[in-house]
Design a binder for this molecule. Sequence first.
Ligand code: S3P
Length: 424
Amino acid sequence: MKFYKCGSLKGEITVPGDKSISHRSVMFGSLARGTTEIHNFLQGADCLSTIACFRGMGVDIENQKDKVLVRGRGIRGLKKPEHVLDCGNSGTTTRLISGILAAQNFTTTLTGDASIRKRPMKRIIDPLSQMGAKIRCLNDNGCAPMEITGSPLCGIDYPSPVASAQVKSAILLAGLYADGETSVTEPYVSRDHTERMLSLFGADVRTEGTTARIRPVNELYGQKILVPGDISSAAFFIVAGLIVPGSELLIRNVGINPTRNGILKVCQNMGARLTLINENDDRGEPTADILVKSSSLHGTAIGGAIIPTLIDELPVIAAMACFAEGETIIRDAAELKVKESNRIDVMVQGLTSMGADVQETEDGMIIRGGRPLHGAIIDSKLDHRIAMTFAIAACMAEGETEVLGAECVNISYPEFYRDLEKLQ
Ligand code: S3P
């Protein structure tokens, strides 16, 4: 797909539902007693993979598009699937479902697309095995496809080497079925949607600092879930609004959970004109409308505890840094190498080919802003966030930018290009 430099961006936009929260609403609804009604569910390929997996285990899920009804089968009600469960491109589906499957009384095989079959699963296999699960990588490479034989589980106290909500959630979900308390301690707090939502469903979950604990319960109870707009999708418009001169955008109903809102802090540190309006905190997940006005930005340093709160936004933050005065340093972000693509590599290559001054480091990158960008051919590597990032960078690049594999935005934001066009 081809993109060109654009004039100021103006108007209002509502981004689709949060991907992390949409996945969890289907998973927990499937394990609950009664019906879970989900509004603003993200109809992206990743979340549809989660629906397909739970349907494969006998859960009646009615996707009416404007809402999704999950008729839960109870905590011990899943059925052995007749086929391999296909998680598609979704790391969240693969890792979280593994925690649930670890405790079932049947064996399941999980697989996914070429990207999923390269992503590290040892990070969940290790703790789940310590709890008693039997997990085998069919290609003996620490990746999917994995065969998971459910077993009686024991609680553990797990010091996680990575700040990863997928790892934490897999362990907490297994902990729902364990014989005692299970805890996970992270180096830094990762997104806490599992803790918040499981608690809403009636689980016994507590958090203290960087530790999350769970005790088994007999039942979870279906809930009505209103999924907020995804800040990771809003990020593209936040950056576009800031870097394209003369822009003014209002992004409605965005989730601003403190474990996800690092991008707002970074933008503010860079001198962005961002205002939160209509802040609302009464539905389990805080939300706000975000008013963005084009701004003159300066470089910043991003590292440490803030990293997990903006991990998926780092590609578009790197693009934004090209338009900021001075140097932006991103560090402690080695996790970027094991996302849907190696996002350090792909960003450094892509931005460099557009004329930016970007240097790869061991755990991040250094961007020296201020150079004008020009169009280039960018391989998205079928990574949705890379495709969207370069569509935004192209708004400020002279000439033509071609993004290869641009259709991969269907993973998290099927209407992305149409929404971007509407603001021009
Ligand atoms: C997610 C957690 C993050 C994030 C991913 C979604 C989740 O991954 O990058 O897009 O829903 O729990 P890690 O937990 O592995 O960092």
